[in-house]
Design a protein around this ligand. Structure first.
Ligand SMILES: O=C(O)CCC(=O)C(=O)O
Length: 371
């Protein structure tokens, strides 16, 4: 049990046999060796998934949306150019903001108290703004490029390979970690619902998928304890020395990669990210998927809180997948679109039209499937 320097931890991460291109077997599903490595370590790094052109467009669109965030704080109705901020008056603002380099959730009751220990909060420079956007919500609605990445045939095949053909959505966000400003996300396990389920198994709480627009480094990226998704519910507080002055956890490694690469991370793994005091920006297109058996008839916790995930509820939320597939197929005409089995035959009802976008995407995150 040791805490090592960032470069050593990065070397350890790169030495694990859980990175490489997305490869599929003759059955069209992920190669068994990839699934095995993912099941062993709780994460896998797919290299070179999204090409440079698509990444450049996504970066530009994220920047345009960030420029429309409330300024100088989340309470302001106007953006940094004095124009009405995006989403003012909407049921849910697209922007979650916090003080630079702060830890907004560690040691609080946020997210059902799943982040028990506060991270270190370095001091920002004097010219830092009072608040900074660190999450963009409703990204399928406000970011065209996110919608297209969400409909990516290979990424949806990854979801099918891990969660079965009837996989369901979870929630979608963009994580923004600006250099010298980005807040931390304190150590946690994502899952909330099934820790005491007699049918508990390491994949029962689903997985997150993170496409990196700029890459991910030890300074700005998510760290994970390899294999911790198999432990069951971890007592994260007890993993720190009582008088520890560090927010580092022993045996954790950074999930490092370049632009256009993509991680999948088991939602039961112990993971977190530090305040981004580094010089490197991270912007992550983040979405997740569940096994249908894990969510059906469950009551929502986290996003989707209080909602009951009936067959109709899941079906309606899953229309986002069908819409995204159609949106992507209209832009990338040479790709073979993914066929989403639960809505097969209903493609016409889920075409990417103005009317369907309004019907399927307006405030869609209120129909999230958080467990
Ligand atoms: O991207 C990050 O910094 C944190 C991601 C995370 O913890 C999560 O998605 O659960």
């Amino acid at each position: 049990m040791t805490i090592v320097a960032d470069d050593v931890a990065e070397q350890e991460a790169r030495a694990l046999p859980n990175r490489g291109p997305i490869c599929f077997g003759p059955d069209g599903l992920l190669e068994p060796g990839i699934v095995e490595a993912y099941n062993t370590y709780g994460f896998y790094v797919f290299e070179g998934v999204i090409d440079e052109g698509e990444i450049a467009e996504a970066r530009a669109e994220v920047d345009a949306v960030l420029a429309r965030a409330p300024y100088p704080t989340s309470k302001s109705p106007t953006d940094r150019n004095g124009q009405p901020a995006l989403g003012v008056g909407d049921a849910v603002s697209p922007f979650i903001m916090a003080a630079p380099l702060s830890d907004p959730v560690g040691g609080t009751r946020a997210n059902n108290g799943r982040h028990p220990v506060k991270m270190l909060e370095p001091s920002p420079t004097d010219d830092a703004p009072p608040e900074i956007t660190y999450l963009i919500l409703r990204p399928l609605e406000v970011l065209e490029t996110f919608l297209c990445i969400y409909g990516h045939p290979q990424l949806l095949k990854v979801a099918e390979s891990i969660n079965g053909p009837d996989f369901t959505p979870f929630n979608e966000v963009v994580f923004v970690k600006e250099p010298g400003l980005g807040p931390s996300v304190a150590w946690h396990q994502d899952g909330q619902t099934h820790w005491d389920n007699p049918a508990w198994e390491p994949n029962i709480h689903g997985f997150n998928l993170q496409v990196q627009l700029y890459g991910s480094t030890p300074g700005n990226g998510v760290w994970i304890i390899p294999g911790s998704h198999t432990w069951g519910k971890a007592d994260i507080r007890s993993m720190f020395e009582p008088d520890a002055e560090s927010d580092r956890l022993p045996d954790a490694v950074p999930m490092v990669c370049g632009p256009g690469d993509c991680f999948i991370t088991n939602r039961q793994a112990v993971h977190g990210s530090y305040a981004n005091a580094s010089d490197d920006r991270r912007v992550t297109v983040n979405f997740g998927f569940h096994k249908r058996s894990s969510v059906l008839d469950q009551q929502g916790v986290l996003s989707g809180k209080g909602n009951v995930y009936t067959d109709d509820y899941i079906r309606e939320r899953a229309r986002c997948i069908a819409l995204a597939i159609d949106a992507r197929s209209q832009r990338f005409v040479d790709e073979t679109p993914y066929t989403y089995a639960p809505l097969a035959g209903e493609e016409d009802q889920n075409r990417d039209t103005v009317q369907n976008r309004a019907e399927i995407l307006t405030n869609y995150n209120k129909r999230d499937i958080g467990i």
